[in-house]
Design a protein. Sequence first.
Length: 146
Amino acid sequence: MTEKAFNSKPAFWRMCVIIGVAALLGFSVGILVRSEAWSEKDINSPLVYGQWNSFPRTINPKYAGSEGVIARSQNGKVVAGVFTHSGKYSYTFPFDEFAFVTSGSVTIRVKGRASFTLTEGDFVFFPKGTSADFVAGENYANVAVL
């Protein structure tokens, strides 16, 4: 091994350490910012748990399915809900949404992108303003945080 090659390895590892520390600091700042967004009341709000399909839902004919609120933060900024849908529909997200498929499947085509299919156990994040077309299978359901 040449001296030049040997000396470049410490530089590589120093760069890895610098990147790692920067990532850790960014993550820590993210936690602090997120923590400040929650009030003390949110920390002490009632614990909610159970099977995704055990929460009450109301019929939503627009999406040939149902929807229900599982939990809502006391400041009203975060909502977890359960949704069942079937058939074809389009939707533009008025807020960021994270969804986890709890049963069935759905094929999604985000405007300007190729379509993809999600099945039980898959998740997706839709940034605010995303427009998409959906084709939901017969037993499609998801739990979403919005």
